[in-house]
Design a protein around this ligand. Structure first.
Ligand code: ARG
Length: 413
């Protein structure tokens, strides 16, 4: 019989290393590892070597950064998607793209199954599996962490030692960290008590606001149709722009979040996030929209933003709803062109100025000087009709006396 082939989502960490060997033993399978480069700060150079040493038959390391930025992150940004009005969702939005890369390799390599290293109580298992179901319903999903025998990291380390799997755990890192170019997510250890303030060693890419420079750093961000295309006067592609902005904002202590959030699986969890560039870009994009979107679209779009954030967080990226909302948002972004100056100071973000060729701000209408072109008299008729329902209600139900004693009867003719 031909050997089974399994594609494994591989990060090179302890869990996914154990998975490679464990699946090989359990299913007598050939393992193909897939690692996605989403712009994480961690070095990926040693990863192929490590995967082979762990027993992988074939190793894929895919540079997904460009696609991630253009097809995923810019969509979240244009929509203004922040989960529970706060979290830019670096982890959540990376999963569907990793799933897509896994499916592509699995098909090319004629794998019958895809395995991931997510636990049975998190959101990520849902994101991976719903995405895979959409892209390749015929492929089976394996989630070893939901079924294997290991109960602790120590047991996994012992398994690695027994099988000669290279692991670089010296002093166990007390945190679980996931990162990419959009941000870092940190949980576990002392962070599990929501009353405990995060120790300094939690943070990976931002300085403490109190240790940030004592002077303001101003960045200017240029947008074209809602997409950032330039930083400080220089045009650049999205990956470079995010890398540079992460550096600048992180050095000013910008982008730290401490969030107790509602997971899809019903649990409340506490997570620390660092998203320096995402924080600045969401802020700047919002400022530009204030200038360029008309009132109705602006207010309506805010409702969509919330739905879109839920959709990303809840693993519904490859769905008709997501595509439909994209069409709406893309239409709104046609006029979101211009420049925003953002001031960064000790963890704070504020606006320095904004300008757009599509600006709806009309000085002649807004001004209180003699240049005023607004027709003040037109307001009289407007208020009369606008206020008519309110006036009618209180004429009938006078001064809080809302109970009428007699019911008017039909007049006899
Ligand atoms: N709570 C975040 C989410 O569901 C991040 C999950 C992964 N976090 C981690 N520290 N490994 O999107």
């Amino acid at each position: 019989m031909k050997k089974q082939r399994i594609a494994v989502a591989y990060s090179g960490g302890l869990d996914t290393s154990v998975i490679v060997k464990w699946l090989q033993e359990k299913y007598d399978a050939d393992i193909i590892t897939v690692t996605g480069n989403l712009g994480q700060m961690k070095e990926l150079s040693g990863i192929a070597d490590k995967a082979y040493k762990t027993g992988a038959k074939k190793v894929y390391i895919q540079d997904l950064r460009k696609e991630f930025v253009q097809e995923y992150l810019w969509r979240a940004l244009k929509t203004g998607a922040l989960y529970e009005h706060t979290y830019p969702m670096a982890t959540s939005i990376g999963r569907p793209l990793l799933a897509k890369a896994l499916v592509e390799v699995a098909k090319r390599e004629r794998c019958t199954a895809i395995a991931h290293g997510c636990t049975g109580k998190g959101n990520d298992q849902v994101r991976f599996e719903v995405a895979i179901a959409a892209l390749a319903p015929e492929i089976k999903v394996l989630a070893p962490l939901r079924e294997w025998e290991f109960r602790s990291r120590e047991q996994e380390i012992a398994y690695c030692e027994k099988h000669g799997i290279p692991v670089s755990v010296t002093r166990a890192n007390p945190y679980s960290i996931d990162e990419n170019i959009w941000g870092t997510s940190i949980e576990c250890g002392v962070l599990e008590d929501p009353m405990v303030e995060p120790p300094a060693d939690v943070y990976q890419r931002t300085v403490s606001p109190s240790e940030a420079p004592d002077k303001t750093t101003t960045v200017s961000i240029e947008f074209s149709q809602g997409i950032p295309v330039g930083l400080n006067g220089n045009r650049m592609d999205g990956v470079e722009l995010l890398e540079k902005l992460n550096e600048i904002a992180g050095a000013n202590g910008v982008g730290r979040l401490d969030l107790v959030e509602n997971r899809l699986v019903g649990i409340k969890s506490r997570e620390i996030y660092e998203a320096p560039a995402a924080t600045v870009l969401h802020f700047a994009h919002r400022e530009l929209e204030r200038l360029t979107l008309d009132k109705e679209v602006s207010h309506y779009k805010a409702k969509i933003a919330n739905d879109y954030a839920d959709l990303i967080y809840n693993g519904l990226w490859f769905t008709p709803l997501k595509k439909s909302l994209d069409a709406f948002v893309d239409e709104t972004q046609k006029t979101v062109n211009g420049l925003v100056q953002v001031k960064l100071y000790k963890g704070n973000v504020s606006v320095g100025g904004r300008s757009s060729p599509n600006s709806l701000y009309d000085t002649k209408l807004a001004t209180y000087t003699e240049d005023d072109k607004f027709d003040h008299k037109a307001s009289v008729g407007f208020i009369t009709i606008y206020g008519l329902p309110v006036k009618t209600f209180y004429r009938v139900n006078k001064n809080g006396d809302l109970k009428k004693k007699r019911i008017p009867r039909r007049k006899k003719v």
